[in-house]
Design a protein around this ligand. Structure first.
Ligand code: C2E
Ligand code: MG
Length: 336
């Protein structure tokens, strides 16, 4: 019977995945299916439906058009996510989000040129939490929007303070998730934050991944052109891990390519990774992009990316992400 339910569900999903034509327009939909079985997964209709729903959420979270049988651990996962969601709401009310900064240095001179803003959640019981533990819940619930505003505001304000502290006009980069990037009000919010903080737009850089460019390419291009018109710089983050499409580099107004840390870290020793880093760096340099190598932990890795012609370096070797106050001291030591 287990097989039957799964089989029928897969058939339904397959049928719905075929394009429909409505009023001459081709419509593509997908169906996700969650399955709970009597009596193992519940003896009453209420419990069966709730567990089927948990399986459905699980199926959706893992992609479109999936069929998923219920398993008890799904309720635990759902419970964990609900707890994180409640925690995130409280964090927004209580100002528990902090922004840490990690330096970016010039490969040629070793001097600091800017910093990446990285969100941290100072959880009252669990201590400082890194994005991996809450980002996907923030995305799914839309709480990424108010959280992202906190980060953007703090980053702009910090950059203005760095100048006042004698660090010069460092740039600050802020990560935008695909959902934030697609949000309707990104341009006015960025404009507002720049105006409120008084930061020169040319010192702000947004980091997006190629996933942000793939869904609605017209809209993405419009948003990027809007940012460019303001003077904001655009970086393609985690380059090499996603689509790594050359047409993206041509079509969109990108200024900076960040080569993903996983290649950089492996590069000096793994020939395949070394070739990937060298090829990406050379290509990006030739096309006129600023090239940042991420994830540098050793001197050997730094020397390697230097030999590939990378412009900027970021990683634990040069400085870990630190709190706003600690960053001023770190940056000062990297000015010399
Ligand atoms: P990312 O943008 O690729 O950021 C780089 C990540 O690598 C950071 O992790 C950083 O702490 C880590 N890292 C830096 N140097 C090294 C190194 O030498 N070795 C290793 N192993 N790791 C290094 P973190 O802070 O945990 O952030 C993870 C991801 O969460 C970020 O990846 C970014 O996609 C996302 N994120 C962080 N802050 C924000 C934010 O404010 N808004 C949004 N939308 N996303 C954010
Ligand atoms: Mg980044």
């Amino acid at each position: 019977y287990t097989d039957d339910a799964e089989h029928v569900a897969e058939k339904v999903a397959e049928l719905l995945a075929e394009p429909f034509t409505i009023d001459g327009e081709e419509i593509n939909v997908t169906a996700s299916v969650g399955i709970a079985r009597y009596p193992g997964d519940g003896v009453g209709s209420e419990m069966l439906l709730r567990n089927a729903d948990a399986a459905l959420s699980y199926a959706k979270a893992r992609g479109t058009g999936r069929v998923q049988m219920f398993e008890p651990r799904m309720n635990e996962e759902l419970l964990r996510r609900l707890k994180v969601e409640a925690g995130l709401r409280r964090a927004l009310d209580n100002g528990e989000f902090e922004v840490h900064f990690q330096p970016r240095t010039s490969v040629a001179t070793g001097k600091i040129v800017g910093a990446e803003a990285l969100v941290r959640w100072r959880h009252p019981e669990l201590g400082v939490q890194e994005p991996a533990s809450f980002m996907s819940v923030a995305e799914d619930t839309g709480l990424i929007f108010p959280m992202g505003e906190v980060v953007l505001r703090a980053a702009c304000e910090a950059a203005v303070q760095w100048s006042a502290a004698g660090l010069g006009d460092l740039t600050v980069s802020v990560n935008l998730s695909p959902r934030e990037f697609r949000g309707r009000s990104l341009l006015p919010i960025v404009g507002q934050m720049l105006a409120d903080s008084g930061l020169d737009a040319r010192r702000l850089q947004v980091e997006i991944t190629e996933a942000s460019l793939m869904r609605d390419r017209e809209k993405a291009e419009q948003v990027l052109r809007g940012l460019q018109a303001m003077g904001v710089k655009i970086a393609l983050d985690n380059f090499g891990t996603g689509y790594s499409s050359l047409s993206n580099l041509r079509r969109f107004p990108v200024d900076v390519i960040k080569i993903d840390g996983q290649f950089v870290r492996a590069a000096p020793r793994e020939p395949a990774d070394a070739k990937i880093v060298a090829a990406l760096a050379h290509l990006a340099c030739d096309l006129g992009f600023v090239v940042v190598a991420e994830g540098i932990e050793t001197r050997e890795q730094l020397d390697f990316v230097k030999s590939c012609g990378c412009d900027e370096a970021q990683g634990y070797l040069l400085g870990r992400p630190v709190s706003g106050t600690a960053f001023v001291d770190l940056a000062r030591s990297l000015l010399k």
